[in-house]
Design a protein around this ligand. Structure first.
Ligand code: SOE
Length: 359
């Protein structure tokens, strides 16, 4: 690529708009957008300030004026579009999940491993400076060996029976909705910050009644997961999209032999660090924060702008990778496959009842 990176976005909905803002903030050019029809593309190009409206997703993927394809469609379209974009020699950012089933995710990860281009999944919570600070502290040994990894990811946008979204329909969103949509973020960011991997888990799910015209079609509104890690820690996670008042609250605590560190997405600019002797809120970029945070501290993080800022940092690192750099912690299709493996284990346990090994 010469000049500014040129992105094309397929699926100009809520998250497509976030991608568009991040593309510009990261110094890229929004070369094209594709909606579900030429009319939808034209409206989106105007709304998102794209250079042009693509007549179709397929045209955008093949187009010479696009270097990086962003797949922001409903989940059931992710895999075929990602495969087509890789075949066209494009760099690909595919929203999670890679596919609505584990086999599809495996296929995409295998294709990505053989592709000469960059493939990434927006596990953007890795890019909060305070999350990088937590990772740096774990790596520096500040917390000691980790015993407990626990937390939750709570939203409320589906808390009423009349609320609806394509994700509620398993045929469009996949078998797991709440966990597959946001529980995977929590698992990714906790495995990323700790280096632990979830090895065994047991899960339960629930869904509120949505009336006759809004059948839940088998997808869950909330999940509770207990897990053990490959390095002997115990963990728990509650995932919910029916928790009134919680807009996008990812929270985790890493409790070690010597100290604990806690991240709260509703207070993202400081990391809580505690020990028997004292505790403190360490501001991002503070003198005691770790070098890991420094790279991302340039991102002026502040809730809820912080969400966009994380996306910007993620897109900027994808662009850097397309230029041959190797930014630390870039979430790739391998991480997308990891999310699919954990989701599959959660569904298996929730449907069958017992503890399930996570490969
Ligand atoms: C909706 O739950 C959603 O937009 C997710 O799809 C995103 O991945 C998450 O970052 C915010 O909430």
């Amino acid at each position: 690529m010469t000049g500014r990176p040129r992105s094309g976005i397929i699926g100009p909905g809520f998250i497509g708009e976030v991608h568009a803002r991040a593309v510009r903030a990261a110094g890229g050019v929004l070369a094209a957008v594709a909606g579900h029809s030429p009319e939808s593309s034209a409206a989106a190009a105007t709304r998102l300030l794209a250079e042009r409206a693509a007549p179709s997703a397929e045209e955008l993927v093949e187009s010479d004026d696009v270097d990086v394809v962003h797949i922001c469609t409903p989940n059931h379209l992710h895999a075929p579009l990602a495969e087509r974009a890789m075949a066209a020699g494009k760099h690909v950012i595919c929203e999670k999940p890679l596919s609505t089933d584990l086999d599809g995710a495996r296929r995409l990860a295998k294709l990505a491993a053989a592709a000469p281009t960059v493939t990434a999944v927006p596990f953007v919570y890795r890019f909060y400076p305070t999350v990088r600070d937590a990772r740096g502290r774990v790596r520096r040994g500040d917390l000691g060996s980790l015993h407990l990894l626990h937390g939750s990811y709570l939203q409320d946008w589906l808390s009423r029976p009349e609320d609806h979204n394509w994700r509620v329909d398993a045929s469009l969103g996949g078998g797991s909705r709440a966990f597959g949509d946001i529980g995977v973020h929590w698992c990714d960011v906790v495995e990323f910050t700790t280096g632990h991997r979830i090895a065994r888990l047991v899960a339960r799910m629930m869904a509120i009644p949505r009336g006759n015209d809004r059948p839940a079609r088998g997808t869950e509104d909330a999940a509770a997961v207990l897990f053990e890690t490959d390095r002997g820690a115990l963990g728990s996670l509650v995932v919910s999209q029916i928790s009134p008042g919680r807009k996008n609250r990812l929270w985790f605590s890493l409790d070690g032999a010597g100290a604990s560190a806690q991240f709260d997405q509703e207070l993202p600019d400081a990391l809580w660090v505690g020990s028997r002797e004292q505790n403190a809120l360490v501001p991002r970029g503070g003198e005691s924060s770790t070098g890991d945070a420094a790279r991302y501290n340039i991102v002026p993080v502040g809730h809820p702008q912080g969400y966009l800022d994380c996306f910007t940092a993620f897109v900027a690192d994808v662009y850097a990778a397309t230029a041959g750099d190797t930014p630390d912690g870039l979430p790739t299709f391998d991480d997308g496959l990891r999310a699919a493996v954990v989701t599959d284990a959660v569904l298996t346990s929730a449907r069958g009842g017992g503890w399930v090994d996570v490969p």
